[in-house]
Design a protein around this ligand. Structure first.
Ligand code: IZC
Ligand code: ZN
Length: 423
């Protein structure tokens, strides 16, 4: 069989090939590097991987040959936790934050998430689309080829559908693949402040079945936090979601240790995210039940808060992934490379562990480890050429964009740091 594309002269090819669909403990350091490598692509999938110029038998008249110029190539990066689609921005709350007003206090005074709910309701589909597309282009320019995106800025059926519809169309038109999550349990609308149960009934009886019927979301998520949804409420919502056939995620133990990690393990969530205040028992239960610990260090950085104890999580055998949490409140940045650098600098992870956390383990966090997250024959041809010679350099030289080229399903979509796909 002849290849459509060969990327040759790869100085170091990080394949992330390995024994299982996720990596724990010392496996997180084994990223499998091939020096002086090539990748061959056919129909958007990896056809072959090899060394040097031994690809002659894969070359036909139409095979394109690209030169990686001796640089570093990794699997496409995966951002498995974002709030991509929303209206407006919240710089008006920035000085409050700098003056030490807590995130939850801003929310409980009608700002925070609730102010983005208002802006999202007011925005047209076209406005939401344009804004999200700009962010998604930026993510792609940083080397991100798959993104999980959550609703949760409607808190009523029509606006939740509007957000997820925009996401569906964006997924169709944009090279980055989106994975969709329903987060109707993101906050309690003001009018239900004194009657959570009434909102939860609408969520479970009306919104969740409708979204499921429409095929708009694969995952269901809850913001389980002091002052938002309690453990009991979260359990009820997620249990119902599970019965409806959703896969589960949970925003757990971010600020207070409520037992979100334990709940994630009990319900079989695919991931529990944040976990800055998670208990040791909760982490142990997550590790035993293969629940991904999805850590979001750029949020800790931006809120000037503590970081999750990632070293301990890895030592306890948890499946650790890293994501941006891109959202207009606690993390207004699309830069997953900065997240990776924070992983080394603040979470005390090694560069190899960090790369594992944004590739194969992040793929597992969105239930896609069979298709993406490593460069292996048969998987999607998503990979990044970095303007770097080794993985350490990506983490050491912080705050810039190291991407040179990005390939999505075998197509060149970023060249010299800018998107070049057909719009
Ligand atoms: O808009 O503040 N943490 N939800 C939970 C968010 C952050 C998004 C936001
Ligand atoms: Zn979030």
């Amino acid at each position: 069989m002849k290849a459509d594309l060969i990327l040759k002269n790869i100085g170091k090819l990080v394949t992330m090939q390995g024994s299982s669909s996720f990596r724990v403990k010392e496996e997180m350091n084994k990223i499998n590097i091939i020096e002086n490598a090539y990748i061959a692509v056919k129909n958007g999938k990896i056809l072959a991987i090899g060394v040097g110029e031994e690809f002659g038998n894969l070359c036909g008249d139409d095979t394109k040959i690209h030169d990686a110029e001796g640089l570093l190539v990794t699997p496409g990066l995966i951002d498995s936790h974002t709030h991509l689609i929303h209206g407006g921005s919240r710089e008006n709350e920035f000085s409050m934050k700098l003056n030490g007003v807590p995130y939850i206090e801003i929310l409980n005074n009608g700002g925070g998430i609730l102010s983005t709910v208002k802006a999202t309701k007011e925005a047209s589909e076209e406005e939401l689309y344009k804004k999200a597309k700009k962010s998604l282009d930026r993510m792609l320019e940083f080397g991100v080829t798959t993104v999980e995106e959550k609703s949760g800025y409607g808190l009523e059926l029509n606006t939740e559908i509007k957000q997820l519809e925009v996401a569906r169309v964006l997924d169709k038109n944009h090279p980055v693949d989106l994975v969709h999550t329903f987060l109707g349990a993101h906050a309690v609308p003001e009018e239900y402040k004194e009657n959570h149960k009434a909102y939860i009934d609408i969520l479970v009886d009306v919104m969740m079945p409708k979204i499921k019927d429409m095929g708009l979301a694969e995952f269901c998520d809850v913001f389980c936090e002091e002052g938002v949804f309690t453990i009991e409420e979260s359990e009820y919502i997620l249990q119902k979601a599970k019965e409806m056939g959703y896969k589960l995620k949970i925003h757990a133990d971010e600020i207070e240790s409520l037992g979100g990690a334990e709940l994630a393990a009990k319900l079989g969530c695919v991931s529990a995210d944040h976990l800055m205040a998670a208990s040791d028992e909760g982490i142990k239960m997550m590790a035993e039940n293969n629940v991904v610990a999805n850590i979001l260090p750029a949020t800790s950085f931006n809120l000037n808060k503590n970081y999750a104890d990632c070293r301990k999580m890895i030592d306890m055998g948890a499946i650790v992934s890293l994501s941006s949490d891109y959202n207009p409140g606690s993390c207004p940045s699309e830069n997953l490379q900065l997240v990776m650098q924070l992983g080394c600098l603040h979470l005390k992870m090694t560069p190899n562990e960090v790369l594992t956390a944004v590739t194969i383990n992040a793929a597992y966090a969105i239930d896609r480890a069979d298709k993406i997250g490593s460069i292996e024959v048969g998987k999607n041809a998503d990979f990044v050429v970095f303007d770097a010679r080794n993985v350490e350099y990506l983490m050491y030289h912080f705050g810039i964009n190291h991407t040179k080229k990005v390939y999505k399903n075998g197509n060149l979509v970023v060249d010299n740091k800018v998107v070049v796909y057909d719009k």
